[in-house]
Design a protein around this ligand. Structure first.
Ligand code: ZN
Length: 131
């Protein structure tokens, strides 16, 4: 199974080989600001991810340990990239075309969530990233 995705303008396209791991929804302030709401992403093994048009990805170092990738042309949020010695990278769920075949499994950093919505889907909620 191969899943395809792209940014809004199509300058960056990607392919994930295999199943898309269950995504999480992060409600932290940084994810809310960069995504415009809360940020749902899947942690994909780096070896399973192919990015075409990677030269169009701009990176913003949002903290000492994390950089966030977005399309330099259309601004689409694409990646959440932790230190390179971790073998996975977060890919924004919004980039995928067609059925993802997966389901969100947890909300994280819920203590920083906005006051304008409620979490009512019954999924687990955590105040930090589960280790
Ligand atoms: Zn784009």
């Amino acid at each position: 199974m191969v899943h395809h995705g792209s940014c809004l303008c199509g300058a960056v396209t990607l392919q994930v080989d295999g199943d898309i791991p269950a995504p999480d929804a992060c409600h932290c302030t940084a994810c809310r600001k960069t995504s415009g709401h809360y940020f749902v992403s899947t942690d994909v093994k780096r070896a399973a991810l192919t990015v075409i048009g990677a030269e169009q990805v701009s990176w913003y170092q949002s903290s000492e340990k994390v950089r966030r990738g977005f399309c330099r042309i259309c601004g689409s949020t694409l990646f959440w990239d932790p230190p390179a010695h971790i073998d996975w990278i977060g890919v924004a769920m919004g980039v995928f075309d067609g059925p993802s075949g997966t389901q969100m499994h947890i909300h994280i950093y819920v203590s920083e969530k906005g006051d304008y919505y409620q979490i009512t889907d019954g999924l687990p909620q955590a105040d930090t990233t589960p280790q």
